[in-house]
Design a protein around this ligand. Structure first.
Ligand code: BDR
Ligand code: CA
Length: 326
C-alpha cells in the first residue's frame, strides 16, 4: 500500500455493532478490506441480547482472523421505558440465522472495559484519526459522549446506519416512520446527531436500495477460508424474512452500506443539515433533517450542528466491494 497517497491510506475504525446478520457482512468488509485498519469491535443489545451479540462479535472477529479487542456494551437503552423485544424473527434466536455455533473460538479474552470506555480510550490515544462506524442502537456512543464529552472534538468522523427520511418511498421498518436502530434508543440517537462531531447518516433510504440478491450472496460461497460459507448460511434466515416481507429475492445490505461509504464515497449523494429524532407521540423514532438552510432561531434544529444524510446511492458500487474481500 502506498502510504504517501491519501487515497490509499488505511482508515482507522472502531466498529460498534449488534451482530446481527447484516452486521456480520459489514464486519467482513471492515476486517478484510485492505483499506481499513480495524482497531476494535464494541457491542450493544439490538438484534439480540448483548450477551449474544458479544458472543457473535468475538466469534466473527476470530472467523475474519482479527486479533483485536472486543468490548461488551449497553444491555438496553438509556431510558428503560424504551425497552423493546429483540429481533429474533429477523436474525434468528442466536442473531446469526442459526450459524453462531459454527463460529471459531475467540482468540483473546473479552476486553474488561465497557464498550464506551474502550471507545474513549482509543479515541484519546489517537486524537483526530479514528472513525466510528455504528450500526446498532447508539447507546454506547451516547454513553461515551457523556463519559468524556471531549471525544466529540477528537473523533475524525461518525458513520451510522440508522434512520429513515422518507425518500424514494422508503419509510421506517419498525413503524411507518421509525427505523430499528433509532427506535431501540431514540434518546441516544438524538444525542449522537446533535453532538459537535461530524456524523454521516446512512439510512433506509439508501440501504434498502443496496439489495444483495441471491446470486450476489451465492458468490460468497467457498471463499474466505470458511467465512463466505458461514455468511451464505446465515443469510438464508435473513433472506427468508425479507423475501416474505418485501419479495426482494435477497437481503438489504444495511450495515455494510455504512462501511462502504468510507471506501466508495463517490457512490453516495449527501445532504447537509441538522438532524433531530422525534421523542414523543406516534412519530417517535422518526429522523428529521432540516436541510432548507432556513434554520433561524427557536426551532428544534436551531443551534445544532449540520450533519450529512445519504439521499442516493449507486448500489452496484457498494455490492462490488464484496468481491474485493475474500
Ligand atoms: C438495522 O437494524 C438491524 O436489524 C440491522 O442490523 C441494521 O443495523 C436496519 O434497520
Ligand atoms: Ca445492526
Amino acid at each position: 500500500m502506498d502510504s504517501t497517497n491519501p487515497a490509499s491510506a488505511r482508515i482507522p475504525v472502531i466498529f460498534d455493532t449488534d451482530p446481527g446478520i447484516d452486521d456480520a457482512l459489514a464486519l467482513a468488509l471492515l476486517a478484510r478490506h485492505p483499506r481499513f485498519e480495524l482497531l476494535a469491535v464494541t457491542t450493544a443489545f439490538g438484534n439480540a441480547p448483548v450477551e449474544t451479540t458479544t458472543r457473535n462479535a468475538r466469534g466473527l472477529t476470530a472467523l475474519y482472523r482479527q486479533d483485536i479487542p472486543v468490548a461488551a456494551g449497553a444491555a438496553g437503552p438509556l431510558l428503560d421505558k424504551r425497552r423493546r423485544k429483540d429481533a429474533a424473527h429477523v436474525h434468528g434466536d442466536d442473531g446469526l440465522g442459526g450459524m453462531a455455533a459454527g463460529l471459531p473460538a475467540p482468540t483473546r479474552p473479552l476486553d474488561p472495559r465497557p464498550a464506551h470506555r474502550l471507545i474513549c480510550d482509543l479515541v484519546n490515544a489517537r486524537p483526530g484519526e479514528i472513525t466510528l462506524v455504528a450500526v446498532g442502537p447508539f447507546t454506547n456512543l451516547a454513553l461515551a459522549l457523556a463519559h468524556d464529552p471531549s471525544i466529540a472534538g477528537k473523533v475524525r468522523r461518525v458513520i451510522v446506519m440508522g434512520g429513515a427520511f422518507g425518500l424514494k418511498g422508503h419509510g421506517g421498518n419498525v413503524t411507518p416512520v421509525a427505523e430499528a436502530n433509532i427506535m431501540a434508543d431514540p434518546e441516544a440517537a438524538d444525542q449522537v446527531f446533535t453532538a459537535p462531531w461530524p456524523v454521516t447518516i446512512v439510512g433506509l433510504d439508501v440501504t434498502q436500495e443496496a439489495i444483495m440478491r441471491e446470486a450476489d450472496l451465492d458468490r460468497l460461497r467457498g471463499r474466505g477460508e470458511g467465512a463466505g460459507d458461514l455468511l451464505w448460511q446465515a443469510t438464508r434466515h435473513y433472506q427468508q424474512f425479507y423475501d416474505a416481507r418485501d419479495g426482494i429475492g435477497g437481503i438489504y445490505a444495511h450495515d455494510a452500506s455504512a462501511a462502504a461509504l468510507l471506501l466508495v464515497p463517490e457512490a453516495f449523494t449527501l445532504r447537509a443539515g441538522p438532524v433531530r429524532v422525534v421523542l414523543e407521540g406516534i412519530a417517535t423514532g422518526q429522523t428529521i433533517q432540516d436541510w432548507r438552510n432556513e434554520h433561524g432561531t427557536g426551532t428544534p434544529w436551531s443551534g445544532h450542528p449540520s450533519q450529512q444524510v445519504c439521499v442516493a446511492v449507486d448500489a452496484a458500487r457498494v455490492l462490488a466491494l464484496f468481491d474485493e474481500i475474500f
